[in-house]
Design a protein. Structure first.
Length: 153
């Protein structure tokens, strides 16, 4: 009887230790990473395998006109032009951060970095003006930076 009780106690202790050890791991996968990305739902098709230290993640969309579009403290992908949905799938690298983004198999056009972060579009009408928008975003970023252009010299 004592042997059975000891075995039961050891088994219960092992199960409790396993539950305590695995619980944070399962919970951590649902959390937002340092780039603002969340894990993709299981079974989501991706354009290509992510590679070493990389993953496909879902990011919140911040549309042009939203008060947070130029707020660097708000994580998300800045999107100009027509876009349906509240999230976009982007490739994330553990060292390099967020890379290209896709929606329904279409790769986003990068419009440069503005005050709020990187700006992209999926809208063909906006893509026509991509060079002008990139120049504007570059100028905006330089003028809003402490180390940017000095207009007094």
């Amino acid at each position: 009887m004592k042997t059975a009780l000891k075995t039961a106690m050891k088994t219960a202790a092992a199960l409790l230790a396993a539950a305590v050890t695995l619980a944070p791991t399962v919970h951590a996968q649902d959390e937002i990473d340092w780039t603002g990305g969340r894990p993709l739902p299981p079974g989501t098709e991706v354009p290509y395998e992510p590679g070493y230290a990389s993953a496909w993640k879902l990011y919140d969309v911040i549309r042009f006109g939203d008060p947070n579009f130029r707020n660097i403290k708000v994580q998300g992908v800045r999107v100009m032009g027509a876009f349906e949905g509240d999230s976009v799938m982007c490739h994330m690298n553990a060292k390099g951060g967020r890379n290209e983004c896709y929606k329904d198999g279409k790769k986003a056009t990068k419009l440069g970095w503005g005050r709020g972060g990187e700006v992209i579009t999926f809208d063909p009408k906006v893509e026509q003006f991509a060079p002008l928008i990139r120049d504007y975003n570059n100028l905006e970023l330089q003028l809003s930076s402490d180390t940017g252009v000095n207009l007094s010299s």
